[in-house]
Design a protein. Structure first.
Length: 99
């Protein structure tokens, strides 16, 4: 889903102009599919990354996915390795499209 938003601006030279911002909204499912394809994540890893984005803890992820806490940790380590990050915050930033 795309959303357009216009913003009236005044340039340094005093002229008015309109900037159109395009915002992409996506569902958790579409984010999961996009991340899986882009980063080579398994479906389970993509589900785990979506939960990391939602600030879920390891134990919460294990409950939601119906897996052991150790399996959730393994998925998290694998996600971090594939994304090239070391923290949950960095993984969430990658999921949102930030470097």
């Amino acid at each position: 889903m795309l959303q357009l938003r216009g913003v009236q601006m005044i340039g340094a030279d005093g002229r008015e102009y309109t900037t159109v911002l395009v915002e992409r909204g996506e569902t958790a499912d579409s984010r999961r599919r996009r991340l899986a394809a882009r980063w080579g994540l398994s479906q389970r890893e993509a589900e785990g990354l979506n939960l990391i984005v939602e600030s879920k803890t390891g134990p919460e992820i294990s409950i939601v996915l119906g897996i052991s806490h150790e399996t959730a940790r393994k998925h998290t380590r694998s996600i971090f390795a594939k994304l090239g990050v070391e923290t949950r915050a960095a993984a969430a930033a990658v999921a949102h499209g930030f470097p």
